[in-house]
Design a protein around this ligand. Structure first.
Ligand code: ARG
Length: 561
């Protein structure tokens, strides 16, 4: 089915025609400034008049005031089914009131053709989303959880727009810490056969112990450094130990991804390691690399410190790997857009890597063109005490426990509610213990995801089970209940909603219906008796849009909860 432009786009096209007709002497790349209305006089507004008036005034214009400019924009609008009426507001705004008939028709058409026709169109074919990306043997913390949730949602939105998404887990699986880990491993288990999952089940504790010795015992430190060299030289005993350590971490990470329903493809730092020398050499041949205090660096305009690409000791680092990975993604994977999801603390690192790539000519200077690289940063997760999110024992929160707690709290509440209903004789579905658990899991995990996604991405946010599990207000719980309630209206057996989509007719009468209709239509902008029949269709449209929204957020709704 054909693609439908979102309302803002459609209006922008109309206003473009009117601006061209009203001001033929203006350059033809004049951009219509259309936005959702901020006043009650319309649903959308066009804001070009003020800028044009100021410009005309400079050039000695015949316009008496900004209102007259707005008037000219308004009268030149081509006739359109979508517009009910227009008016001029304050500083020449053209207010547009949309036609409810048109909205109703558009929604019904979506019901027949499918919500895919509302998917935004994007000028890219293949995108790498680099997200989650925890580090082997270190803890996967709430920051990685945020990256996982935000990155997954970005990937889902791109996929909805038919973009091929390479979901990359850039796991920290390489570097000097492995020398220390492997050396410690060999000392703990002189017999290689003893090295298995159960032997080093608590990899984080294992990491801490080895780090302690590394920091205090000079001889151990030297042995650890030699171990890195042997690992990097590909010696099989060392490779084997490394593989095993990675495998144990991977199993832990996978538990989280499984809970969250997130799919990722692991391509860790080690994958790009063989490409580093070649990439550094190319950059060096271009004259980008300089020697600075014995390290090899790239100086970047606007930054006081340079980007170190080869350390003093000749080793590579986080930046060398990221340069090689960016090169690989652009040249081997032919991605049009590469998106990195990490906390805002890494902003400068990515700014520098991207600038280096621009200097090397890998990326165009202009950020508006492709291929392009973007850093999607996010703020910290705070505890209710306003400090970094920790458990009571001030240990880092284990993510599995955190998700589990959301589920357990939901389950307790659901049990109490069910008992209460029984006692009061309220007729409702009686859930089995198994069903209750299923529901609690869906709602609990959804609550964690939604609480994370609804906040401003860049500011820190406070993690609160109590807030996120509320069944009223802007929470996943409230939305999932609303969704199930609407489903129950539609799903009466005597109502054949599939047939109604074509035989029934959707009409928007009541102000609340009009409001809901407008909201549903705006979905595609942000990513993007007869009466009873109409209500049912409106319900169906609502659940259709909600279902897609949930999907984009990585939430699985249930028809009954
Ligand atoms: N492993 C890093 C961390 O835990 C995140 C990696 C992000 N991706 C990248 N290409 N640098 O902070």
């Amino acid at each position: 089915e054909e693609h439908v432009e979102n309302m803002k786009r459609q209006l922008a096209n109309l206003f473009y025609a009117s601006l061209r007709a009203a001001f033929p002497n203006e350059p033809d790349d004049i951009e219509p400034l259309v936005a959702a209305s901020t006043t009650k006089f319309g649903d959308y507004q066009c804001n070009n008049a003020l800028g044009l008036f100021t410009k005309f005034k400079r050039n000695g214009t015949h316009y008496a005031n900004v209102h007259a400019v707005g008037q000219d924009i308004m009268i030149n609008l081509p006739p359109s089914e979508m517009i009910e009426s227009c008016s001029i507001g304050g500083p020449g705004f053209v207010n547009v009131k949309l036609s409810n008939d048109w909205i109703a028709k558009s929604i019904q058409k979506m019901l027949v053709d499918g919500i895919e026709t509302w998917a935004p169109r994007l000028p890219v074919k293949r995108v790498v989303v680099d997200f989650s990306s925890p580090n082997i043997a270190k803890e996967m913390h709430v920051g990685h959880l945020r990256s996982t949730i935000i990155g997954d949602s970005i990937a889902r939105m791109l996929e909805f727009s038919n973009v091929e998404v390479l979901r990359r887990n850039h796991v920290g699986d390489w570097g000097t810490q492995f020398g220390m880990l492997i050396e410690y491993l060999f000392e703990q288990f002189p017999n290689v056969e003893d090295v298995n999952e159960t032997a080093i089940s608590d990899l984080q504790a294992f990491y801490k112990e080895s780090k302690k010795i590394f920091d205090t015992d000079v001889a151990f430190k030297e042995r650890a450094q030699k171990a890195v060299v042997r690992l990097q030289g590909g010696e099989s005993k060392y490779r084997h130990a490394w593989t095993q350590i990675c495998e144990i971490s991977r199993k832990e990470f996978d538990k989280i991804y499984e809970c969250l329903g997130v799919h990722l493809e692991e391509m860790g730092e080690s994958f790009y390691n063989p490409y580093i020398p070649k990439v550094i050499e190319a950059l060096s041949n271009q004259g980008l690399i300089e020697v600075n205090e014995d390290a090899h660096v790239i100086f970047i305009e606007g930054f006081k410190i340079p980007l170190i690409v080869v350390k003093k000791d000749g080793g590579y680092n986080y930046a060398s790997t990221d340069l090689a990975a960016l090169w690989y993604r652009l040249n081997e994977e032919k991605a049009d857009w590469i998106i990195y999801v990490t906390d805002v603390g890494q902003q400068q690192h990515f700014d520098m890597v991207f600038s280096a790539a621009k200097r090397a000519g890998w990326l165009p200077d202009n950020d508006g063109t492709y291929p392009k690289a973007s850093h999607v940063g996010f703020g910290l997760v705070l505890g209710e005490d306003g400090k970094r999110f920790r458990t009571r024992s001030s240990e880092v929160v284990r993510l599995v426990d955190l998700l589990d707690e959301a589920k357990v709290r939901m389950l307790e509440e659901a049990r109490v509610k069910q008992k209460d209903r029984l006692k009061k004789g309220i007729i409702a579905i009686h859930w089995t213990e198994e069903e209750l658990e299923q529901i609690a899991e869906i709602v609990g995990y959804a609550a964690v995801k939604y609480a994370d996604l609804k906040n401003n991405r860049l500011t820190n946010y406070t993690f609160s089970f109590k807030q996120m599990l509320k069944n009223k207000g802007n929470t996943a719980v409230a939305l999932l209940y609303a969704y199930a309630r609407i489903c129950s209206i539609i799903e009466k057996p005597e109502r054949n909603i599939q047939e109604l989509k074509t035989t029934g007719s959707l009409v928007l009468d009541h102000v609340d219906e009009c409001m809901l209709g407008l909201h549903l239509m705006r979905f595609s902008e942000v990513s993007g008796s007869a009466e009873e029949t109409s209500r049912l269709l409106l319900c169906e449209a609502t659940v259709t849009v909600m279902r897609k929204c949930f999907h984009l957020l990585g939430i699985v709704p249930r028809d009954k909860i």
